[in-house]
Ligand binder design. Structure first.
Ligand code: MLT
Ligand code: ZN
Length: 475
């Protein structure tokens, strides 16, 4: 193991916490120093692996005193480089992976308390074992951690029905920059005692404090699901269908995912065992799921009736309703493997935007036209959570285009798409966060007053600027 002189920052960390907590093994540092999309390659000073909130507290207290910058990291699945250190070799990555206990489950209160390093799928499982449901669901749920979900206010597949991560939180435990522990692990649904501090940390990407645990809301388990893959005439028709099914099911639509043919073709080409149960004859498809804790036949009936009315209106041209859990899983498999298929295709430019649903189709037409006319190197793969207005307006490398050609267009494309989003009163960051990727975007699209207030908050919580520098906000 490499040991630094006792007076260096690393030496002091090693001396105080020992080799179990402060890791300098180059192979381990290499893994935590690169982001999931391999857009950012940094160099960590070391990797801290605290086991308890007290460890995190002591680490931050020392880092604050020595002015060592820290980069909190969960499952390292950020799309925006939010958990990747810079190249200075001076930033300490703090992985929360060892804080992975479910501290308690309170089924009668519909809540549980999970530590930040719990894998999202383990939180879901803990809820399920108690006869409850934790609705946050993302493609990366097998590896992302709840602390990262909270820090980025992740969205995912069920926002339409249950809201964003922020909406699922009752309380938080957070270690502040100076090591003090703020515990607001409330289990209450009603608690109007002054400013609601937890919301400052949710979505702050570790720039205001390090989340170590959360009290989360649970729900009755959706024991029955009716799921369909539907070929729609157009994006406008998809929105008509959404409104109708939402109405017919009295708000029980939990997912409504828009998928272009281009994405299904990519999945067919690059993902093993992808079975597409419909002919790929339409430009657009939607994956709809209605869930209920009531008997299965009722929601299936609602979905069938909705689809046949949509067929009469010529909004849809074809549909397949899953007849078994296996078929349902297969439909979700197709949707959830779109990012992987895109990765396998090669370079990509991703835009995580949201637009109010009534203007979604118009935005998409204009944005797609712009790409067609201006970016010949791109193959548009725009899909996403249309039910809540969130589109992943992604561009993949067109077949035959040279390596690097698409990435070279990144700034120009980003500017055009985000300016268009702005003209539709939308958001350039719907569910993936800001990280390092969108710092300049935040600066461009926020008002001076918003930026001033955000900077005041940052200064107030992190006066020495040690928490995840270079992320979210230029200070
Ligand atoms: C998804 O919904 O699959 C994602 O959030 C990922 C993406 O932007 O590709
Ligand atoms: Zn998404």
């Amino acid at each position: 193991m490499m040991r630094e002189g006792p007076s260096s920052a690393l030496g002091q960390l090693q001396q105080r916490f020992g080799a179990d907590l402060i890791v300098t093994d180059p192979a381990q540092l290499a893994v935590v120093s690169v982001d999931h999309r391999q857009l950012y390659r940094g160099q960590a000073l070391a990797l801290a692996l605290p086991r308890t909130v007290e460890d995190v507290s002591a680490l931050l207290a020392l880092c604050n005193a020595l002015r060592i910058a820290v980069v909190p990291q969960g499952g390292n699945t950020s799309y925006c480089g939010g958990a990747t250190p810079d190249a200075s070799g001076q930033q300490l990555v703090i992985s929360l992976r060892r804080l992975n206990r479910i501290r308690s489950v309170e089924p009668e209160n519909d809540s549980l308390v999970a530590e930040a390093g719990c894998i999202l799928a383990d939180v879901q499982r803990a809820a399920e074992e108690a006869g409850r449901f934790f609705p946050l669901s993302l493609g990366s749920e097998g590896s992302c951690q709840i602390g990262g979900n909270l820090s980025t206010n992740a969205g995912g597949l069920n926002v339409l029905r249950y809201g964003m991560t922020r909406d699922l939180v009752l309380g938080l435990e957070v270690v502040l920059a100076d090591g003090r522990v703020l515990s607001t692990l409330s289990r209450l649904r009603k608690d109007n005692t002054g400013y609601d501090l937890k919301h400052v940390f949710i979505g702050a990407e570790g720039t205001l404090g390090v989340i170590t645990a959360a009290s989360l809301k649970l729900f009755p388990p959706p024991a029955f699901a009716a799921t369909a893959l539907v070929a729609v005439q157009s994006v406008d028709a998809a929105i008509e269908l959404l409104m109708q099914v939402k109405h017919d099911s009295a708000g029980q639509v939990s997912s409504f995912e828009l998928i272009p043919r281009s994405a299904l073709e990519l999945v067919q080409q690059y993902v093993e065992a992808a079975e597409i149960p419909l002919a790929l004859e339409s430009d657009w498809y939607v994956l709809i799921e209605i869930t209920s804790s009531q008997a299965a036949y009722r929601i299936t009936e609602i979905l069938e009736q909705g689809l046949s009315r949509a067929m009469e209106q010529a909004w849809i041209t074809d549909a397949v309703i899953a007849q078994s859990e296996r078929e349902r899983q297969n439909l979700w498999y197709l949707r959830e493997h779109i990012p992987e298929a895109q990765r396998r295709r090669g370079e990509s430019l991703k835009h995580d935007v949201s637009i109010s649903i009534d203007r979604l189709a118009a935005f998409l037409r204009q944005a797609a036209d712009w790409v067609a006319q201006n970016v010949p190197e791109a193959h548009l793969i725009c899909y996403g959570h249309a039910g809540d207005g969130n589109l992943h307006f992604n561009l993949s490398q067109a077949p035959g285009s040279a390596t690097g050609a698409l990435l070279a267009q990144q700034d120009r494309v980003k500017r055009a798409i985000h300016d268009l989003v702005q003209s539709f009163d939308g958001s350039f960051s719907a569910e993936h966060g800001i990280g390092q990727l969108k710092v300049t975007e935040l600066e461009r699209y926020s008002s001076p007053l918003e930026l001033e207030l955000m900077r005041q908050i940052k200064r107030g919580f992190d006066p020495n600027h040690i928490l995840n520098p270079g992320k979210v906000l230029n200070v």
